[in-house]
Design a protein around this ligand. Sequence first.
Ligand code: SF4
Length: 425
Amino acid sequence: MNLLESLYQTWKSDYPDLPLEAYFKQDMLRLGIAFDASALTGSQEYKTKDYFIFSFDRIPLKDMSQQENWRAPEEIRFSGGTWNLKPTVVSVRINPESPYKIIRTENKIFITYNGLEISTVQYPDVPEYYKKTYRTEKKPGEIAPVIEWGYLIYLTVFRNCQYFGKDEECVFCDINHNWRQQKQSGRPYTGVKPVEDILEVLQGIDRFDEIAQAYTLTGGSVVTQLFGKNEIDFYGDYARLINEKFPGRWISKVVTQAYEADDVKKLRDAGVQIYHPNYEVWDERIFENYCPGKARYIGRDNWNRRILDSAAVFGSENVIPNFVAGVELAGPCAMESVDAAITSTLEGVDYFMSHGISPRFTTWCPEPYTTLGDQSPAPLEYYMKLLRGYRKIWKSYGLAVPPGYGPAGVGNAVFSVSAFMDVLE
Ligand code: SF4
């Protein structure tokens, strides 16, 4: 049996209740993707990585010998092959050492596992609005890129975090390091994006794009003030101006820290519909050690209480906190086993879902400049058990598909940094 068949057999024996597509997707997300030189040609014809917030790569930009940072696609969509896989969108995390490698021939692009072909692959199109010119000299993909196969406009309006250095930054997050390496590589990588630039490019999206359905306002935490504003006012002002100019045009989402209900009401009054107060990891000890800034300034108990309280403001289905799945198996606080990590993480999922709140997760990527950057990714077994447990709890509470993520289900989902939407049906 070759390595690909062996991987397939593991799925068939251990996870037949979950889509094979989700299995491959999670493995590609945790291990990253390598590119043959042939697969990086003609990069003007597809949408390349815009580095919309973090690097999400397994190596630093300076070590990318093929300049993958400028030439790799933002995402891939694999389909077909031996198992007739349904179209599945996966965010690209560059790793030249990955067993998953993309190759291009004259007729097709395909993805391999240890040299064995899995299926064909598509790259995302360049959105129409990327091809237009704007008053700002910065490219539309720098100001207002899209991800999730064009579904989500990703507005990282503050590309740094005021939790700074080892004692405050979350140990899995490279937002500040990524900003530095992007600047060094020659990207404009605007620290704070002027709202006029955002509104101008959104005007282009409004006119020339029919795919994007939602936008997310996000960026690093504001602990003190930024341009004289606290975090709520800083992000809320962008939302208000966008929603005044384009009322109802896109689903409005915002990521901030967890705040008291009176504060988050300001976001709602600014037109925000979906609130993401990301709790990152459920286990108390790990939260305190891996999110030291958040733990010190807000604290886990306050954080989780505020998540629940914000349901009264937005409606429970519109509060969707993220966790970074897999960090609980890495570093000095690593749990002793996959099952221990699953038990803990699903306890958190159950806690929120029992209040009508569906958390969602991203797949942890050990980015090299982070404290956990030298750790191995979490095993595939962990992600499959997480998907299984997540879906089971979600069904048991009779919850709806989380809004703002596009369609759910295998073959339909576009959420690209974990397979949680691929398994919900
Ligand atoms: S709060 Fe943590 S995860 Fe969020 S941007 Fe800052 S360091 Fe990164």
